[in-house]
Every structure is written in C-alpha cells, then in structure tokens.
Design a protein. Structure first.
Length: 244
C-alpha cells in the first residue's frame, strides 16, 4: 500500500479557501502555471510531502534543497498551492489524490482546482488556446458557468485529477479540473498562461499579472526542458495525463 507522509512546517487552516493542484501534465502546463503563482504571490511553504514511492530527488533553489512535492500558502486569499515538480509513478496517483482531498477537507478548504493539459498536435493549436472545465458537483459546475469557462461534455481525465473529481463527487465536495490545450512534446508556457487566465476568471480573489509569463514563455520552456532532462535518470516518464 502506498503511504503519503505530510511533513508540516506551519499549521494553518483556510476556511472557505481553494487548493490549486498541479502535477506534471501534458506540456507541463500545470507545473508552469503553479510555479508562476508561487513566484508571483507572497507564499510560504507549509508542507512537504514524501513517500517511499516518490522519485528520490532533491530540487535545489537558491542553494537550498527542497522536496519535489510541496504545499504553499497565500493567507490573504486563502489559497494553497500543491505542486509536484517531477512526474510521479502512476501507482501513487490514487493515494496522493485521496490524501490531498482529505487534507483539503481537514483544513476547511471549500474546493480543489486541478490544473491539467489536453494534448493537441502543433497543427491543431489555435489562438487563443482552448480551456475547458469539469466540475464534481452542481455547485462547481455553476461556478464554471458564472466564470464563463466552457465545460467539457465528454472525455477522459486520468491520474490525480481524475481520482479527485470522482471522489469529490462521491463526497459531495467541490472540485474543478481546468484543462488547457497543450503541445505534448514541449513545455507549453503559452498554454499555461491561458490556464492561469481561467484561474483568474474562476478565483477573483487572486490577482496575478500574466504579461511577464507570456513574454517569458520561450525562456521558461527552455529552462523546464533542461530541468526535466536532468531529472530523467531518476524518474519514469508517465503516459499522457488525459485525452479528449
């Protein structure tokens, strides 16, 4: 059985808040989007997650080692950001999703918003990049309608986001997955920017200037490609996170 350990640095509650969930997806759109939020909001790391089944890696930033799976908090907006910076084995996805859902409910968060990508070929990419939403409850689907985000009528969502949606529906808990069209063969910062535009529509309490992300897209794509290449010896490449 997969066991997920939550190592808490700072205990906080977020009544009525939102958890952003981001693990590597198609075009790394979720990772890019979450990293941009973490970089541009004044957040604190409050939890590190660890497991015997996680890749044995340390992410080094500003000379300091960090666990590759972490939770950050932005108290003013009651926002928490769960980020995994490397692909995780498929066998941990269900346990991780259930653990994150339990953590969100225990800390009185009102919803989870999972960021994902939908693979498209370069020839299919249109401007602007399409973004869809899926909600676990009638209330979550109403939130998508009010934010003007089109809803995915038919498709498959796998991995952590898929388990969260199913279990949240069973528990009558609000969970939303936002899905951006992304090129699967490169880190797609342009699609990540569109994903964050949808987050901005859905969560008015968050205000982030997205112009720098759009301007720095190519540099971010190159940096993430380099990091992913460096991590390859220690991780197994996952299959596509979803398809439509």
């Amino acid at each position: 059985m997969v066991e997920i350990e939550f190592r808490t640095f700072k205990e906080m509650e977020f009544p009525g808040g939102t958890v952003i969930e981001a693990i590597p997806s198609v075009g790394l759109v979720s990772t890019i989007a979450a990293t941009y939020l973490i970089t541009n909001l004044k957040v604190d790391q409050i939890v590190a997650l660890d497991s015997e089944d996680f890749p044995p890696l340390s992410m080094v930033y500003a000379y300091k080692p960090k666990f590759p799976v972490r939770i950050y908090a932005h108290p003013p907006s009651k926002l928490t950001i769960f980020i995994a910076e490397v692909p995780l084995p498929h066998r941990v996805h269900r346990a991780l999703a259930l653990s994150l859902l339990k953590w969100a409910r225990t800390h009185r968060c009102r919803q989870i918003v999972a960021l994902e990508g939908i693979p498209v070929s370069v020839d299919e990419v249109v401007n602007p990049v399409g973004v869809w939403g899926v909600g676990s409850t009638d209330h979550a689907r109403k939130s998508l309608d009010e934010a003007g985000i089109p809803q995915l009528e038919t498709g498959v969502i796998s991995g952590v986001a898929g388990v969260i949606l199913n279990e949240a529906r069973w528990q009558d808990y609000d969970a939303i997955s936002l899905l951006a069209e992304a090129r699967p063969n490169i880190p797609d910062a342009y699609a990540a920017a569109r994903l964050l535009e949808a987050v901005d529509q859905l969560l008015p309490e968050i205000k982030v200037d997205l112009e720098p992300l759009k301007e720095q897209a190519k540099a971010l794509e190159a940096q993430l490609s380099k990091l992913r290449h460096a991590a390859k010896p220690a991780i197994a490449e996952p299959g596509p996170g979803m398809f439509r």
